[in-house]
Write a protein that binds this ligand. Structure first.
Ligand code: ZN
Length: 93
C-alpha cells in the first residue's frame, strides 16, 4: 500500500483541515540504562549470539504509524494504519 506524500487532515492546533506532510515513524534507540535492558545485557555478557530468546510465532503483519506534520503551524501527530499484508510506504515523487 502506498500513501501520498501530502494529504489533507485535521489539525488540532489550527482547528481545521490543512495539508500535512507524511512520514513513516521509525524505531527509536533502545535505552541502555533501563532496567530490562540492563538485565538482558548482563545475561548475554560474553555471548556473541542471542541467549534466552524464545521461539515466538512470527507476526505476519505490522501496523504502520504515519507522522503527519501540519504545513501551517508545524504541529506533528500520529496516524496508525490498520494491519495489512503489505507494509504501507510513502509514495515517491
Ligand atoms: Zn496546524
Amino acid at each position: 500500500m502506498e500513501v501520498p506524500k501530502e494529504m489533507k487532515a485535521y489539525c488540532r492546533k489550527c482547528k481545521k483541515h490543512t495539508t500535512h506532510k507524511v512520514k513513516t515513524a521509525k524505531k527509536g534507540k533502545r535505552r541502555t540504562m533501563s532496567f530490562g535492558q540492563k538485565k538482558f545485557l548482563e545475561k548475554t555478557k560474553g555471548y556473541t549470539s542471542k541467549v534466552g530468546a524464545k521461539a515466538k510465532p512470527v507476526k505476519q503483519s505490522k501496523k504502520t504509524v504515519l507522522i503527519l506534520e501540519c504545513s501551517a503551524c508545524g504541529y506533528k501527530h500520529e496516524r496508525i494504519l490498520p494491519d495489512s499484508k503489505k507494509q504501507a510506504t510513502v509514495k515517491k515523487n
